[in-house]
Design a protein around this ligand. Sequence first.
Ligand SMILES: [Zn+2]
Length: 239
Amino acid sequence: MLSTVLLSPHPDDLALSIGGSMALGLFNNSTALVAFNVSRYSPRQLLPPSEVTAVRRAEDMRYLSRLVRNVIHLNLPDTTCRWSPNLKGGKGSDPVLERGKKEVQDFASKFQLIVAPLALGGHSDHLAVRRAVQSIHSYVVFYEDLPYATSYTYDQIRELAKPAMPFVVDVTKVFEEKIRWLELYSTQFTLQFKRAVMQHAKTVLPGRYGERLWVPPESWDHMSRIARSSASATLSQLE
Ligand SMILES: [Zn+2]
């Protein structure tokens, strides 16, 4: 079995984006790496800023520890805890993003398979994680960042994912569980998030619920093997 690392820019990104694939056992025995988890952001509960990081970390541990073998938090500050010249489209580099990119790169390069965000939505933390895997010679598979993915058309995503090919995972049988477990992120999870996740899953696989991964040509055989060997019902799409 390939050693696998799942990259999450923030604590809830894996749950939102590939929670169904994980529940199906597609990435069993993997390590989750959460990069920018120091935060003041808790839209659904008004927590004192000093408590947010610990509460969000606990939510993340509860969610991930049932699905992966190890969880590593890099403890980098997210954009609510730092000023970033990139946030407003300005010039100049953000030292935290540079550090994040380097730390993710160093960690992820030890694994044979890397599951990374496409960085849909262009959030600077998500982009730093995507860029971190660009020069690593491991197999890479990308996921569509939710809820951001809902504001893109299929063609726009395909363009951003090039030369990767779409690989749809049928998550219908675990979809209810995916939604229920998302509630563990009680500082973050809103009805809006829930609607976005449901709407996207229906769009990806009409009549059922799907999550779409994007697989570069060199990783295709490995991804197909993983799908076949897991007990999941998957549907792959070659264009
Ligand atoms: Zn995020």
